[in-house]
Design a protein around this ligand. Structure first.
Ligand code: ADP
Length: 960
């Protein structure tokens, strides 16, 4: 049986655990049962005592109550008290009965007997005796009876019961203290029991440590010894459990390992020998790997060099790339690569002056040798002092020149390199020659590319300078080329659009043409068409101003293949306007001419072929006269406008009172129409202006005549004159047809007439308002209109008051001097008169040479503190002399004294010719021009000091 447990640790520990648990359960159980029995017997005893105490207490209190009731009755003979007395006696008997039913001690039995006897005596003898005395009202005897000891027995009983209650309480306390004592004994027993259990556990654990921990520790130490190669000092255990088996197995293992170790050591020695051999081989492999890597590096560098050479498209980068790569591959000191036909080179480690020296003597020196040898040239020489550096003794420098030939065999470039102290190997020379062969192709390519690029740029510049927008689109719709004007047309960024697909660039164009579908179909048709005919269409663009373009599309062929289509967009806005005007002119003029002409013809024929009464004749002649007048007016209007627009209109310049002028015009209109009432309101303080009275009258007449014409139902025509500090305002208001909002902007266009049914019957040429505008603007004024359709219109003319010229004249306190260079004597006289009229001194010269002499003499008499006594110059350009006006101006401008002088150009030369020759000119006035314009411009300029020094050209009247 013991062997059964000895064999495994598992069983030993299970058995031990069972025994310990059993002991704990048994002892624990006994202690628990004992504890419970103590507690229950204590509780039973305590309850009994309490019950007895309670009953005796009740007997005591009822006995006291009985005596109190009896005395109450004896004193007052109250039946209530007597009844209460009997109830107390009954209650006493009940409790006496309960007390006697309990398990009583001898002492308690004696008490019970005393109680019973006393109550019995009281009930049967003393009470009846006392009651009879009361009922006989023998109270003296009753008190004697009471004092004779009748109630003493009861009092004694009460005292005894009270004592008993006290005794019982003491006994209960005794029981409780004995119970506490027993419980504390039980607790002590339990503590002892726990101590014993812990002791057992400690013993068990100690045994375990001894039996398992120690042997395992021994095995661990032995394993560590084994690991570090020491002799193992473990003893074999004869135990039969796992520890015994473990130690024996471990010792067996140690034995086997030691045997194996010997074998291993042997094998190790062999392996070491093999390893040494392998390491040797590895060293060799690493060496050859390094060599291969170096080779690979060189190859990579060559590769990157080849790549750089083949992709670079400009010679600066190409030469730089080559030198950078070669300096990486070859250990050389200096390098130079240069072109033979132009001065272009790149160098490393060489001063520019040395390069220049080599290049200067190239054709007679190295160039000659290279051309003769047709191969590289190697120079071996002693080093110069600069090259020697720190080295001592004999030191050689090697210069290598490798020629680079074009495909035609001409010397195109040379690569020169140099090394000090280390000769060039033949392999290096061969490699470098190979690189230079590649280089020759690359140089050829780069030069060709440069040439092509130049040509391309030239072509681009040419087409960029063409006014027409040009685009070339391939068959798939890609935008391959376009010029600046096209870019401006579609509002593009040039770079972003190159090679753009159709959808992209056409979207921009479509946006500009406002989604015009005709343009889209034109492009589709043009891209598809495969014959050499030219397509064209007109379209409008809706940018800031409305412009009209004509686009031509022509296919481009390479051989028989269509490679794309060229589109040319020409701005024909001006042309279109002119054409429109022409057609308007033709239709208006033909209508306006034909109508009066047909009346004149009709009536003259009538008069020629028929005999008419003198009254009829007169009537017809009057009609003919009226129609002829109408024709004359139309032709006059037309010619007036033409003259004004071409600058040929001469205006007189006089002070005139516009109030008188308006009154005069209104008087003429008074009898004109019965339906209309003419009013004139003058609110102006100043009414004098400077101008041409006939022309101003023409304007006012025209405006009032329109007001009457376009109020067919009659009404009031009110002319108002008002002024502010600088301007005079003439307004003519009518209650007529008014002008539709959308027509306002066109009113002042030539031949423009509002085309609606109300106005069909009203004659006119559409020239009246443009003429008015021309005249008003020639007087530095403006004309505007405010109108509401069907309510009437107000035309407002603003003209500068005469004050302006008066101010200018006032400045004449120190009269200003103008130099006038003009060879036309009569014009010079006119201009001089005009200028003198404004208080200027005029120095007139008809040829530049005398003017220059005058100016020089004047300059020599001046010192820098004096300001020059010249204020402006008016110069004609074509002077019929050797010198032109421009020569004179350049001469004047070259002198610091006169460089700030404003110069006004007055010329009869063609405007465009001058504009192209002198780009600073913004506009040009071709003679003849109104002299008043010249004087006004001069006065304005001199009054604004800031424009001094500019060359000014009197503007066209229309631009002022
Ligand atoms: P014409 O009077 O010969 O037709 P204008 O140049 O004087 O030419 O006027 C151009 C157009 O302007 C007229 O055809 C007319 O439709 C309009 N117009 C001019 N003045 C008035 C006005 N007071 N009320 C309404 N429309 C006017």
């Amino acid at each position: 049986m013991t062997n059964y447990f000895k064999r495994t640790l598992n069983r030993q520990f299970t058995f031990l655990l069972l025994v310990v648990s059993l002991v704990i359960v048994l002892v624990g159980g006994v202690l628990a049962v004992y504890g419970m029995s103590i507690q229950s017997s204590y509780q039973a005893e305590r309850e009994r005592k309490l019950e007895k105490q309670e009953i005796v207490f009740e007997i005591d209190s009822h006995a006291k109550q009985m005596l109190i009731r009896a005395r109450g009755y004896f004193a007052f003979q109250n039946n209530e008290e007597l009844n209460a007395l009997y109830r107390e006696i009954d209650a006493l008997n009940v409790y006496i009965e309960r007390f006697s039913s309990l398990d009583l001690s001898a002492e308690e039995l004696a008490l019970l007997t005393e109680i019973k006897t006393t109550i019995h005596l009281y009930q049967t003898i003393h009470l009846p005796e006392a009651l009879s005395l009361v009922s006989n009202n023998e109270l003296d005897r009753l008190s004697a009876y009471a004092n004779s000891g009748a109630s003493d027995t009861v009092n004694q009983l009460i005292e005894n019961t009270s004592n008993y209650v006290l005794t019982i309480s003491e006994k209960a306390a005794e029981i409780s203290s004995s119970y506490t004592q027993k419980v504390s004994i039980l607790v002590s027993l339990f503590v002892i029991f726990l101590g014993v259990v812990l002791l057992i556990l400690f013993i068990v654990l100690y045994k375990m440590i001894k039996q398992i921990g120690k042997p395992i520790q021994d095995v661990t130490v032995a394993a560590a010894e084994l690991a570090i190669g020491k002799d193992v000092s473990l003893k074999s255990h004869q135990r039969e459990d796992e520890i015994g088996v473990l130690s024996r197995t471990f010792l067996d293992m140690v034995e086997i390992i030691q045997q194996k170790e010997d074998e291993m050591t042997q094998q190790n020695i062999e392996l070491k020998t093999q390893q040494e051999e392998l390491e040797h081989k590895q060293d060799q492999l690493i060496k050859s790997l390094h060599e291969t890597e170096e080779m690979q590096n060189v190859l990579l560098k060559y590769n990157s060099l080849n790549h750089a050479i083949s992709v670079t498209l400009n010679k600066e980068d190409l030469f730089d790339e080559l030198l950078t790569h070669l300096s990486d591959i070859y250990p050389v000191d200096k390098m130079l690569l240069f072109l033979t036909e132009e001065t272009f080179y790149r160098a490393r480690g060489i001063y520019d002056k040395h390069v220049t020296q080599l290049l200067n003597h190239f054709d007679q020196g190295i160039g000659l040798i290279l051309r003769e040898k047709n191969n590289y040239h190697l120079v071996e020489r002693e080093v110069t002092d600069v090259e020697r550096g720190l080295a001592e003794g004999v030191l050689t420098a090697y210069d290598l020149y490798i020629p680079i030939y074009s495909s035609g065999g001409e010397l195109r470039a040379v690569f020169a390199t140099n090394r000090v102290g280390k000769p060039f190997l033949q392999t290096e020379i061969n490699e470098l020659s190979g690189v230079m062969n590649h280089m020759s192709i690359a140089i050829e390519k780069v030069l060709m590319h440069e040439e092509t690029e130049k040509e391309r740029q030239l072509n681009q510049d040419i087409i960029d300078n063409v006014n027409e927008a040009i685009q070339f689109v391939d068959n798939e719709g890609h935008l391959l080329q376009f010029n600046q004007s096209f870019c401006q047309l579609i509002e593009c960024e040039q770079k972003a659009q190159l090679k753009a697909p159709f959808s992209m660039w056409f979207q921009a164009l479509e946006h500009v043409v406002g989604g015009n579908e005709a343009v889209a179909s034109f492009y589709n048709e043009a891209l598809k068409q495969d014959n050499s005919s030219v397509l064209s269409m007109n379209y409008e663009i809706h940018t800031k101003q409305k412009r009209i373009f004509k686009v031509y599309a022509e296919p481009v062929y390479h051989g028989y293949n269509k490679v794309g289509t060229i589109f040319v967009h020409r701005d024909i806005t001006k042309q279109h306007e002119v054409e429109q005007m022409k057609s308007e002119l033709v239709s208006t003029v033909s209508h306006e001419l034909r109508t009066p002409l047909s009346s004149i013809l009709g009536f003259t024929e009538l008069m020629l072929h028929r005999k008419l009464k003198p009254e009829k004749q007169e009537k017809y002649l009057k009609t003919i006269h009226k129609e002829a007048n109408r024709l004359t007016n139309l032709i006059n209007d037309f010619l007036d406008l033409q003259r004004m627009e071409s600058g040929g209109q001469m205006y007189t310049n006089e002070s005139l009172d516009i109030r008188d002028l308006i009154s005069e015009v209104l008087t003429r209109f008074e009898a004109y129409s019965e339906k209309h009432t003419l009013h004139f309101i003058n609110l102006a303080e100043k009414t004098i202006i400077q101008g041409d009275s006939e022309r101003i009258q023409q304007v006012i007449t025209n405006i009032i005549s329109n007001a009457i014409k376009f109020s067919p139902n009659g009404g009031d025509i009110t002319t108002t004159l008002a002024s502010n500090s600088t301007s005079l305002f003439v307004s003519v208001k009518d209650d007529g047809l008014g002008i539709p909002e959308n027509e306002m902007k066109n009113l002042f266009r030539k031949f423009y007439r509002i085309d609606n049914s109300d106005r069909k019957k009203i004659g006119g040429t559409g020239l009246g308002l443009p003429i008015c505008k021309e005249i008003v603007e020639a007087h530095n004024g403006t004309i505007s209109v405010e109108s509401k359709e069907n309510e009437g219109s107000t035309f407002i003319i603003e003209l500068p008051l005469n004050d302006c010229s008066q101010t200018l004249k006032a400045e004449g306190d120190s009269p200003k001097t103008i130099l006038l260079l003009e060879d036309d004597q009569s014009l010079a006289l006119l201009l001089a008169e005009e200028l003198k009229n404004y208080g200027f001194n005029v120095e007139h010269f008809s040829n530049p040479a005398t003017a220059i002499t005058f100016v020089d003499t004047m300059a020599s008499h001046l010192n820098s503190t004096h300001s020059p006594p010249l204020d402006a110059m008016v110069v004609d350009i074509m002077l019929g002399d050797e010198l032109t006006g421009w020569d004179f101006i350049h001469k004047i401008k070259a002198n610091n004294l006169w460089s700030d002088l404003p110069i006004f150009i007055s010329s009869a030369l063609d405007e465009t010719e001058q504009l192209t020759r002198h780009s600073e000119i913004e506009s040009y006035l071709t003679k003849p021009y109104p002299p008043s314009e010249l004087s006004k411009t001069i006065i304005k300029t001199l009054n604004q000091d800031k424009t001094r020094g500019e060359i000014l050209i009197p503007k066209r009247k229309s631009e002022i």
